[in-house]
Design a protein around this ligand. Structure first.
Ligand SMILES: Cc1cc2nc3c(=O)[nH]c(=O)nc-3n(C[C@H](O)[C@H](O)[C@H](O)COP(=O)(O)O)c2cc1C
Length: 455
């Protein structure tokens, strides 16, 4: 069995295949004590479900996670335990017989040929095996959790269909994307412009009726991300998001901000002028897509991914028999998505949330480390002053020791000690008085020791 892994701060491991009994995900690195709304996660999983319309696969599954570890039910709901979160999705609606004719006859542009060349018959290719769009199901679950954790920090991830074939939706405003304009409900097409959406439905349905498929583009926006998230060079915001995006089958390209269009612009057109907005640095335009040097600049992170048309189409196609090395043709049976794009929208959101959460955790722990360092510096300064004052106090106690010796008095003076303890306790106040008193008891003991040595 092959395990695919991703991530640093939050790691995911995915195993299973389209027609295997189950698909599993293990999520490492979730902090303990975080509330997870499983109903909300299920809403996202339902948005990617098949069997809902003419342009999606007829394969409908429950798509409900069976969570085996990492969550415990408390009064307030499900809460992370800090252990790896393991969830299983059972495949219950498989029809492997549809794939028998294709055992050695690969579908053009699917992974049948490449996976056979790499793994031979040791890997089950039925239903697309581990290259199936079904492998996005656990990603949607992990992503839904990351989205909830990010939302607590004021960070949101939203996507919509930007284009199906040549039919285009409106674009997100790159500076202020109106993410609420996109419906987020199973069965509703996630577009901004309803009229464009109607045309898309008509076109996808026509392609399905023709036994063909169609590709498209998905646009995704991350809002509320502070400036400073992401690393230079290889763990940049772009590379971390892209790494995750190419784990979604059929993604063929990605562009951030104005992307390839930047190549047609002059610097004077493409540069995003800095401005001050609401007392903070912002940019007037957002051709950079919210990222410069791999690091977020506080503007919305905007990117688009291109999804190729579903390779499984019902038209006769030229292919080969991989075993006999002969040319042949293939006319498919089986259930496929004539257009992957609507179902891929929640997958893109989820994958993006996993990537952004990874970088955000690193940003947050560095910030926490920074504020720890700042507090420690202040403590060091105070310690210096306190040590100096204690030394001065001991000098005075040394003088008292001399006086006491002259007058034949005892070093310890319980009445005076009580006065000192009450005084410092009053100065420290109610909350800290007792602690300070304890510290002073020790200080008095040590000072008396010093006085004895002075005599
Ligand atoms: C949500 C989703 C559903 C998919 N459904 C199908 C499908 O029904 N039939 C198909 O041939 N490919 C489908 N794909 C795409 C293939 O899995 C993908 O094209 C194939 O694995 C080859 O990988 P590549 O296109 O990334 O090279 C789907 C992808 C996604 C994201």
């Amino acid at each position: 069995m092959i395990t695919s892994k991703y991530g640093k701060e939050l790691q995911i491991e995915v195993t299973g295949a389209s027609h295997a009994p189950q698909i599993e995900i293990v999520i490492h690195g979730l902090p303990a004590g975080e509330k997870v709304d499983l109903d909300k996660a299920q809403d996202l999983l339902n948005r990617r479900k098949g069997g809902q319309n003419a342009y999606s696969t007829k394969r409908a599954e429950a798509d409900c996670p069976d969570v085996l570890s990492g969550l415990e039910k408390k009064e307030e709901g499900f809460v992370t335990t800090g252990e790896p979160l393991k969830a299983v999705f059972y495949n219950q609606n498989t029809r492997s017989s549809d794939y028998e004719q294709m055992k050695y006859i690969p579908r053009p542009s699917h992974a049948d040929y490449t996976s056979y060349m790499k793994y031979g018959d040791s890997l089950d290719r039925s239903g697309g095996g581990m290259f199936s769009g079904r492998m996005t199901l656990p990603i949607c679950f992990a992503g839904a959790i990351c989205m909830q954790l990010l939302e607590k920090e004021g960070i949101s991830v939203f996507a919509h269909i930007s284009a199906i074939g040549k039919i285009k939706d409106d674009k997100f405003d790159p500076v202020n994307p109106d993410v609420k304009a996109v419906p987020r409900k199973a069965g509703l097409l996630p577009v901004i412009n309803k009229a464009a959406g109607d045309k898309m439905v008509e076109f996808m349905t026509a392609c399905a009726g023709d036994g063909d498929s169609i590709g498209g583009v998905i646009e995704c926006a991350v809002t509320g991300l502070p400036a400073g998230v992401g690393e230079p060079l290889y763990d940049s915001m772009e590379s971390t998001i892209s790494h995750m995006m190419f784990g979604i089958p059929a993604v063929k390209g990605i562009e951030f901000g104005s992307g390839f269009y930047c190549g047609t612009m002059k610097g004077s057109e493409c540069n995003d002028p800095f401005i001050i907005k609401d007392g903070k640095v912002a940019t007037a335009t957002n051709h950079s897509g919210g990222i410069q040097g791999g690091i977020s600049n506080g503007m919305p992170v905007i990117f688009r991914v291109c999804m190729k048309p579903t390779p499984s189409i019902y038209k006769e196609q030229r292919t080969v028999n991989m075993k006999e090395l002969t040319e042949t043709t293939l006319t498919l049976a089986g259930r496929h998505d004539p257009c992957i794009v609507p179902r891929a929208v929640p997958c893109i959101e989820a994958a993006c949330a996993i990537a952004v959460y990874n970088l955000y955790v690193r940003y947050r722990s560095e910030r926490n480390a920074d504020s720890l360092t700042a507090i420690r510096t202040e403590i060091d300064e105070l310690d210096g002053e306190i040590a100096e004052l204690i030394a001065k106090r001991m000098d005075l106690a040394g003088q008292i020791a001399g006086e006491k010796a002259k007058q034949g008095l005892e070093i310890r003076n319980p009445k005076r000690e009580e006065e000192v303890l009450n005084h410092v306790s009053n100065v420290a106040g109610e909350a800290k008085g007792e602690y300070v008193k304890d510290i002073y008891r020790k200080l008095i003991d040590k000072t008396c020791e010093y006085e004895e040595n002075c005599q």
